[in-house]
Ligand binder design. Structure first.
Ligand SMILES: [Zn+2]
Length: 158
């Protein structure tokens, strides 16, 4: 149930074997369990997920408790996870992910922005675009070149 809720919140699919708040069973938390939970919640925001004790974990990575979804690396324990989030590669991946998230969250352009872009395109075409006359001259050139080429290579077209 938690997995489904987490997936909905994060707008991304949660793979088999990962979970948001996995550490503790029913009942009141000990201070240590609470600390671990908070640490894991913090790591989750850094894209590091705790692996469940599922078959996959035992087969492929028996000693690894965490997975960094950004870097696709398995991490042995919470100390390793803290070390991992300080690594250059992870920091770079986090920055790229943040940029991507920001770009995805951009609002659509307003009517005024569309009008401004439209005007800029028209003005650029006016300054640098070719005239009808120019176009005809170039077209005639292409036809002449095609004629010359076809004399030697009959199947060629421009
Ligand atoms: Zn990472």
């Amino acid at each position: 149930m938690l997995v489904v809720k987490a997936a909905a919140l994060m707008h991304q699919p949660v793979e088999e074997g990962t979970v948001l708040r996995p550490t503790v069973e029913e009942g009141p938390l000990t201070e240590q369990q609470l600390g671990l939970r908070q640490a894991e919640e913090r790591l989750y925001r850094d894209y590091i997920h705790r692996l469940l004790k599922v078959r996959k974990r035992f087969i492929s990575y028996p000693n690894y408790q965490y997975l960094c979804k950004l870097c696709s690396v398995h991490i042995e324990n919470i100390q390793g996870a803290h070390k991992h989030i300080k690594e250059k590669r992870h920091k770079k991946n986090i920055m790229e992910k943040q940029e991507e998230n920001e770009l995805r969250a951009l609002p659509p352009p307003s009517a005024a922005q569309l009008k401004a872009v439209d005007a800029a395109v028209v003005e650029t075409a006016r300054q640098h675009g070719i005239s009808e006359e120019d176009f005809e001259v170039r077209k005639a050139m292409v036809i002449r070149m095609e004629g010359i080429i076809q004399r030697h290579l009959s199947g060629c077209m421009l």
